[in-house]
Design a protein around this ligand. Structure first.
Ligand SMILES: NC(=O)c1ccc[n+]([C@@H]2O[C@H](COP(=O)([O-])OP(=O)(O)OC[C@H]3O[C@@H](n4cnc5c(N)ncnc54)[C@H](OP(=O)(O)O)[C@@H]3O)[C@@H](O)[C@H]2O)c1
Length: 246
């Protein structure tokens, strides 16, 4: 994979050990100029430092709260011309339906669905004007499987998969590919801190009987984002250890 000369904006990349961090590292190692974004400039600076190590591309940080539509618009403006957008940021409201807090419901749709919607609305036309681009939405096996207590989370990811297909159709003629990568259980640092390395036993529900290292999913995102996947659009690519196959 060669990303020299390409600029990639990866949301939810502002914390060490997350999938966004791993994706930024893979892309920058292959030459991309990556834009790290998150809510905390201090943590973002740590990611920028780490991504620069071993990179042939560059890395910089832009702060943004993706729950705030004005901040999302500002992020798109500050990012400038972008060739690759990875909508990776996500929040997971764990709750039984009867107990679901509605503010958390709204926040999940704001970050997981509305923010990607605003970013695509602003950046896809610019990609088209520049000759094309690639968008990867990070969804989840929870989009297609009933997984209590993650009903709201699954609904946000199903919405993002639906948008993936709609955007693929809408932007194909202008040279912009739009795909989703759907991870299964993944041992990212925050998840491990709360649920342990096997993601609360969910690793054992996969065919491979383990959770993913985030780098394993990041490489799939990078492949789908890059020119090697030039004939792939509108796809939801599982990176789930066979969870949805069995
Ligand atoms: N880990 C899993 O098992 C798993 C499985 C399937 C799918 N996924 C999906 O994979 C993606 C990455 O997951 P992860 O495990 O790496 O999660 P993570 O470590 O919690 O990372 C998610 C990132 O989203 C960002 N974010 C959340 N709310 C935000 C907001 N209001 N504004 C800006 N950024 C915000 C966070 O940024 P800050 O750090 O700055 O708050 C965080 O870095 C998510 O979309 C998740 O749904 C994860």
């Amino acid at each position: 994979m060669d990303f020299h000369g390409k600029t990639a904006l990866i949301t939810g990349s502002g914390a060490i050990g997350g999938l966004g961090h791993a994706t930024a590292k893979v892309l920058a190692a292959a030459g991309a100029n990556v834009i790290i974004t998150g809510t905390d400039p201090g943590r973002g600076a740590q990611v920028v430092d780490d991504v620069r190590t071993g990179a042939t591309g560059t890395a910089r940080f832009i702060g943004a709260d993706l729950a705030d539509p004005r901040a999302v618009r500002r992020l798109a403006e500050e990012a400038g011309a972008v060739d690759i957008l990875v909508n990776n940021a996500g929040v997971v409201p764990f709750s039984a339906t009867a107990d679901q807090d509605l503010a958390a419901y709204d926040a999940a749709f704001a970050v997981n669905v509305r923010a990607p919607f605003i970013l695509v609305a602003q950046l896809a036309p610019k990609m088209a004007a520049g000759g094309g681009g690639s968008i990867v939405n990070v969804t989840s096996t929870a989009a297609g499987l009933g997984m209590p207590p993650m009903a709201v989370y699954g609904a946000t990811k199903a919405a993002l998969e639906s948008l993936t297909r709609a955007w693929a159709a809408e932007f194909a003629a202008s040279g912009v590919r739009v795909n989703a990568v759907a991870p299964g259980p993944m041992a990212t640092s925050k998840v491990v801190a709360v649920m342990g390395p096997d993601v609360g036993g969910m690793g054992l529900t996969t065919a491979l009987k383990r959770a993913a290292d985030p780098a394993e999913v990041a490489r799939v995102i990078a492949f789908v984002a890059g020119d090697q996947a030039s004939y792939v659009t509108g796809a939801v690519v599982p990176a789930d250890g066979g969870r949805t196959a069995i």
